[in-house]
Write a protein that binds this ligand. Structure first.
Ligand code: DOR
Ligand code: ZN
Length: 345
């Protein structure tokens, strides 16, 4: 196969940052995706519907003229210990907020204002269940006694499984799953729970972080896992199971903030997102499964219409640039200076 045409995909988990940085990264996503779920972990975080609406307006204003009507940001709120149930009602009524994101406090980039104790959120989660507003979760515990590679599994056991029991009708997206444990949990739990999978977790295992030295551009959270877990993710993504769908978690940080004694977590993949997924699906011999994963399952779960137009990918080798301009700094993309075989036309 040297060309594939699929319904235009959506990105169900994306960081576009703000200001000049947003201007630099947004066109990459807007040229391939119709819509994206926009993460709220700005500084300060997007905790109210009003700030989500203002952020949405800034995103729309930052789109290049040619993409102005072709990309829709789907907004989210950042859950805190103090998010009032009334905010859930406002969010739902806005029509532009499509989920509330749970960051356990301290789990990842800009999560300090996140949730310290999930029981503090019960009234708000109850309002989300009643109003059918999905909960999006960063599924890692923050307990320093838990090994970094086990934080996702511990989150399932300690937080997520009890939560699905307590709120059986709350729709939940388990974001960027990285382990076979998470895949098994999502499969065996009710249809109220689904999961996104990133391209980098489909393409790489944890060896990438230590290939001949420490490689900060392969550092993200949840951290890359061992090969058996990558295989489980590939199997889930290519299975046709509607509980699994595309979410890049493209997370830009400047080169200086990555190549640092305390480097930031996040891998920038928006420059070639659909090409990277196509590469992973092709390696698994399952290119024919890409469209449903990238363009149908997420829209169906979020109860939004599937896109009508199409994109075409061609077999055409190209070299990923060494860097992109990033508000006066450099942004190093995944596979910088490396050849990719699929290209969006
Ligand atoms: O690697 C990550 N980067 N994981 C996250 O959860 C947050 C993200 C970011 O915002 O940089
Ligand atoms: Zn993320």
């Amino acid at each position: 196969m040297d060309s594939i045409t699929i319904t235009r995909p959506d990105d169900w988990h994306l960081h576009v940052r703000d200001g000049e940085q947003m201007h630099a990264v947004l066109p990459h996503s807007a040229k391939q995706f119709a819509r994206a779920i926009i993460m709220p972990n700005l500084k300060p975080p997007v905790v109210t519907t009003d700030t989500a609406l203002a952020y949405r307006a800034r995103i729309l204003a930052a789109l290049p003229a040619t993409l102005q009507s072709g990309f829709e940001p789907l907004m989210t709120l950042y859950l805190t210990d103090n998010t009032p149930p009334a905010e859930v009602i406002r969010a739902k009524a806005s029509g532009v907020v499509h989920g509330v994101k749970l960051y356990p406090a301290g789990a990842t980039t800009n999560s300090d204002a996140g949730v310290t104790d999930i029981t503090k959120c019960y009234a708000t989660l109850d309002a989300m269940e009643q109003n059918d507003l999905p909960l999006l979760v960063h599924g890692e515990v923050t307990d320093p006694d838990v090994d970094v590679f086990d934080k996702e599994k511990a989150f399932i056991d300690r937080i997520l499984a009890p939560l699905t029991q307590r709120f059986p009708n709350l729709r939940i997206v388990f974001e960027h799953v990285t382990t076979r444990d998470a895949v098994a949990f999502v499969k065996q739990t009710s249809n109220a729970i689904a999961a996104t999978i990133t391209a980098h977790h489909l393409l790489l295992n944890r060896n990438a972080i230590f290939q001949g030295g420490i490689r900060p551009h392969y550092f993200c959270l949840p951290i890359l896992k061992r090969e058996t877990h990558r295989q489980a993710l590939l199997e889930a993504a290519t299975s046709g199971n509607p509980k699994f769908f595309l979410g890049t978690d493209s997370a830009p940080h400047s080169q200086a903030n990555k190549e640092n004694a305390c480097g930031c977590a996040g891998i920038f993949t928006a420059h070639a997102a659909i090409e990277l997924y196509a590469t992973a699906f092709e390696q698994a011999g399952a290119l024919e499964k890409l469209e449903a994963f990238a363009s149908f399952h997420g829209a169906d779960f979020y109860q939004l219409p599937r896109n009508k137009d199409v994109i075409t990918l061609k077999k055409d080798r190209w070299i990923v640039p060494e860097y992109f301009e990033f508000a006066g700094e450099k942004l190093i993309p995944l596979y910088a200076n490396t050849g990719l075989t699929w290209r969006l036309t």
